[in-house]
Design a binder for this molecule. Structure first.
Ligand code: BGC
Length: 706
């Protein structure tokens, strides 16, 4: 509990961001000082002109109507005799909330003197307020900044209407930080005559500028992920997100970067600029959650390497406090389905345990009374309850994957009851016992084979929903067993779902994804026949992938599992549309939302639903780690306490290498072709097992060559 109050400015303008200021003196020697802050909005604190901490977009996005994180910074070193503490506030994600309170801030400086006396300086009516240089700041619509103005602290702070601290919790997630600085790769003059900076990489963050200008000079930019087929600037796919960047200069050399919003972009169009355009005056700053990188993949195939780079950049671009669908258009939401399809890959690429623990706390907080789980989280409350199979199932899949990758038991302890509520919800609402019928689902979202321009393909909703029902019940059983609970009723339920599924769908699957569901979730008695039928269907369709969000993560797994590893490789290595490598032939540096975000003839998918930074199809990364390199977790020794290596090489690739930095040390698998044979080098920090060319070997810690 803080001794401070929530405060708001006393001026009326909602658009101009407020600055809150407190001057104070210190007369004794300080032993330690901490500053605790949070906001209904996003904030930046400066003490004596030094930024406090390096958390960008603090306090992050949680389920604001349930919990709000408080950050506590050590500011001992920033204090002096006379001090000025300034807090800048913008709306950030808070803007999305319906029926929200006005944006507000609460802060408390806690000073402990060397004589043991403590002092608290908290936000209250004594704080002064000014209109900041930030005249406008919006999550989607960008910023307007006037550097020529000098803020005048002529207003007083008011205590906010809702001054309660009930929802405050300590910082739980990984903080968001500036991570990389990218230089301009090229300055392009487009056929239309636009001047465009190309940073060579689609990314999430903001633009820093340095300019020598006169007071009142105007600068403005527009942002885009791609150029159109004629090479002109194109950003209609941002939909209603205006992504404005307008800057009014003061006199002299000045450097500026936005601090309370972000953009998804590769290209920047210079709409107005007062002096010569020099590449060194522009820097793109990449911003994302501060997760530790753990996974690396490299091969002899440059396109595969680019695919892996695109997967990594998809994660960087969309792990900004919550797992988002995309970082650029008027969405940027924590879509549960996207998170669950990508989590295994994500958990190998980076250590995302802390990141997901925080987000799953919000998932738990947002679960509907009846057990349903919203389709994106944090949700915008109150709104009409909306849920879908494969989206809501994130509540089971994400904690279970964190348990497998990191061995963290707490995460499944926390989520066991919510998962139970979720599967009970299906049991209680379905129109057909032991299956899930008649829901309203996204199902195999963006699957091919449907009507052009529509986001849903031909895979049956009821089939996907029933398959995921089985999967979530199965995860519940596994979690329960780890935790020592009696789950026999759910084992019975799982058996019944399986029987009902087989009876209902009779192995008669109409699409690739339908086959994949039955194989991946073991909902057939004749898996080999179903796999054969899938392979035949793929061949008939010209060896082309047709799957959407739910089929894509598993299709290569089921093919390689049932004797079709060549075909799996054929799909992975295919360069023509539709395939994972096709976007690379069109210059992609991140994963696209659609297999055909840009068509072979250069046409662009309808702007209404077309992102070039959507990590979902990057889920193929887990096949690269798990099958190509063959690095697998073992269920009864989670967190890589034991590793099962089962690499699957292919003649079309000369060498392949993957590495994961686990809690036990480095796990790596490398294979290459030599004198007509495949050689393997496997490194494990723990006792492990390797299946190589059908033979099983027990491995002791160390390096092993086969
Ligand atoms: C998002 C998706 C999301 C979907 C729900 C879209 O607008 O961008 O990635 O999962 O809605 O179907």
């Amino acid at each position: 509990m803080l001794k401070a109050n929530w405060i708001v400015p006393s001026y009326r303008s909602k658009k101009v961001c407020p600055l809150f200021k407190k001057d104070f003196s210190i007369e004794k020697e300080v032993a330690s000082a901490t500053l605790s802050v949070t906001a209904r909005g996003v904030y930046e604190a400066t003490l004596n002109s030094h930024r406090v901490g390096d958390f960008i977009m603090a306090p992050g996005w949680t389920s604001y109507h349930n919990r709000l994180q408080v950050q506590t910074y050590d500011v001992t070193e920033l204090l002096s005799e006379d001090n000025v503490l300034i807090l800048e506030l913008a709306e950030g994600w808070f803007w999305r909330l319906k029926n929200k309170l006005p944006k507000a801030i609460i802060a408390e400086l806690h000073i402990v003197y060397t004589d043991g006396i403590e002092e608290y300086i908290g936000t209250d009516e004594s704080w002064l307020v000014a209109k900041s240089n930030l005249r406008f700041c919006h999550l989607y619509n960008g910023i307007k900044y006037n550097a020529a103005l000098s803020p005048v602290f002529k207003y007083r702070a008011k205590i906010a209407r809702d001054n309660s601290q009930d929802l405050l919790v300590a910082q739980q997630g990984e903080i968001v930080k500036e991570q990389e600085r990218l230089s301009v790769k090229e300055i392009i003059t487009t056929p239309k005559g636009e001047t465009v900076l190309d940073f060579g990489q689609n990314m999430t963050g903001y633009l820093e500028i340095t300019v020598d200008a006169k007071e009142g000079d105007k600068i403005s930019f527009s942002f885009a992920e791609i150029l159109d087929k004629d090479g002109n600037f194109y950003n209609e796919n941002y939909r209603k997100a205006k992504a404005i960047y307008e800057y009014i200069c003061k006199n002299g050399v000045q450097t500026y970067k936005p601090n309370l919003t972000f953009y998804g972009f590769r290209y920047v169009r210079i709409d107005s600029y007062p002096t010569e355009i020099k590449p060194e005056n522009f820097t793109a700053i990449v911003v994302h959650s501060d997760m530790k990188r753990t996974g690396y993949i490299e091969s002899s195939d440059p396109m595969l390497n680019q695919l892996f780079s695109n997967i990594i950049w998809g994660q960087k671009g969309n792990f900004l406090d919550i797992p988002t669908d995309c970082p650029q258009r008027d969405e940027r939401l924590g879509w549960t389905g996207d998170a669950q399809v990508f989590i295994r890959t994500a958990s190998y690429n980076y250590n995302v345990l802390r990141f997901f623990k925080k987000w799953l706390s919000d998932v738990k907080a947002e679960q509907y009374e009846n057990g349903g789980v919203p389709d994106f989280i944090p949700s915008i409350y109150p709104r009409k309850p909306r849920l879908s199979t494969a989206w809501a199932d994130a509540i089971a899949i994400c904690p279970w994957q964190c348990y497998l990758t990191y061995g963290d038991r707490e995460i499944i302890e926390n989520l066991f009851e919510p998962v139970k509520k979720w599967v009970d919800y299906i049991t209680n609402t379905t129109a057909k016992k032991n299956l899930w019928f008649d829901g309203d689902h996204y199902a195999d979202w963006l699957e091919l084979g449907g009507e052009y321009g529509k986001c849903k393909g031909p895979t049956r909703d009821d089939l996907v929903a029933s398959a995921y029902y089985a999967n979530s019940v199965n995860i519940l059983i596994k979690m329960g067993k780890v935790l020592g609970y009696d789950v026999s009723a759910y084992e019975e339920l799982h058996k019944n779902i399986r029987t009902a599924f087989i009876k209902e769908f009779r192995d008669d699957f109409k699409t690739q994804t339908e086959h994949v569901m039955a194989l991946q979730f073991e909902l057939t008695d004749k898996p080999q026949a179903v796999a054969d039928s899938l392979a035949e269907m793929i061949h008939k369709e010209g060896d082309k992938i047709q799957t959407g969000f739910v089929g894509t993560p598993y299709i290569l797994h089921v093919l390689s599992r049932y004797g079709y590893k060549e075909l799996a490789y054929t799909l992975l290595l295919r360069k023509e549309y539709p395939s994972w490598l096709y976007p690379i032939s069109k210059g992609a540096t991140t994963i696209w939302e659609h297999w055909d975000g840009i068509k072979p003839n250069g046409d662009i998918w309808p702007a209404s639903m077309n992102s070039y930074n959507h990590y979902a199809y990057g889920a193929v990364g887990d096949w690269m780690y798990g099958v190509m390199a063959g690095i697998n977790t073992v269920e009864d020794a989670p967190g890589f306490a034991k590793v099962h290596f089962a690499p699957v090489p292919d003649d079309r690739i000369d060498w392949f290498k993957a590495e994961i930095d686990t809690a036990y040390g480095k796990v790596s698998s490398h294979w290459w072709h030599e004198d007509g044979k495949v050689r393997y080098e496997i490194e494990t920090p723990v006792d492990s097992v390797a299946t190589i060319d059908g033979k099983t070997h027990e491995l002791s810690p160390g390096k092993h060559i086969f």
